[in-house]
Design a protein around this ligand. Structure first.
Ligand SMILES: [Zn+2]
Length: 242
């Protein structure tokens, strides 16, 4: 979510910090004017865009109360990328320590939880009720032991993913392209069941990746009653078509 127009979250002294690092990295030419804002990215993401004489910098607001040295190291990484300069090793080390600290991780998690809570997920959908479906699947395949997740349809259509489980938020989102009358119940149930298996088999990475589908995962997946039918339907289902 972005703030009101004209009410941006300027980073105090951000322009001076970026000017300083510009000089320290030995970047060529006249430095641009730096507009440095905090931005509510989902994690430790920072971006810079050069438009004419102005560099628009967005720092993750995880850095909001970080010491100046961390803002400097983020600046060195961004400007290093923009001007193809190698950031100083001491700044890189500093940033790495900051990014990997338990404190920072906890902060990112708290920010994400706070933002997720504000999203209204509407699990009932127009044609398929995920909430009801989840209860039935949990009872039939998992003896009701899976903890109820936050459940919902994606806000926009996804091109390449049918569903996604986010363990940090205990949240399952299903591609809204499946919320259609001509998509059978058992297809939506299969996609949900697949994400529930991710709930049951925790993996190190948060995203739904091939590496997270172990042999055991695949075996359990095939226990879904309509597995073959669902696979057949999905083979010809192209989310991008409608
Ligand atoms: Zn998966």
């Amino acid at each position: 979510m972005t703030g009101l127009r004209g009410h941006r979250k300027r980073v105090p002294g951000g322009d001076r910090i970026f000017q300083r690092i510009f000089t320290r990295l030995g970047c060529q030419g006249r430095p641009p004017q730096f507009l440095v804002d905090f931005h509510p990215y989902a994690g430790l993401t920072h971006t810079v865009r050069l438009r004419g004489d102005t560099a628009h910098v967005r720092l993750s607001d995880v850095l909001r109360r970080a010491p100046v040295s961390i803002i400097e190291s983020a600046a060195a990484i961004l400007l290093g990328r923009l001007y193809r300069r190698r950031p100083p090793g001491d700044l890189l080390d500093l940033y790495r320590q900051f990014a990997q600290s338990a404190d920072t991780r906890a902060k990112i998690m708290a920010l994400r939880r706070g933002r997720a809570r504000k999203l209204d997920l509407h699990p009932s959908g127009s044609h398929h009720d995920l909430h009801e479906m989840y209860g039935a699947l949990n009872e039939r395949y998992f003896s009701c032991v899976l903890p109820n997740p936050r459940l919902g349809w994606s806000k926009r259509s996804w091109r390449s993913q049918l569903g996604c489980f986010d363990p940090a938020l205990n949240q399952i989102i299903i591609n809204r392209m499946l919320d259609r009358r001509d998509v059978p119940d058992y297809v939506v149930a299969y996609v949900l069941y697949h994400e529930m298996l991710h709930q049951k088999h925790p993996v190190k990475f948060e995203r739904c990746r091939r590496a997270s589908h172990s042999a055991e995962f695949r075996r359990e997946e095939r226990q879904f009653a309509d597995y073959a039918r669902a696979m057949k339907f999905l083979k010809h289902f192209s989310p991008g078509r409608r």
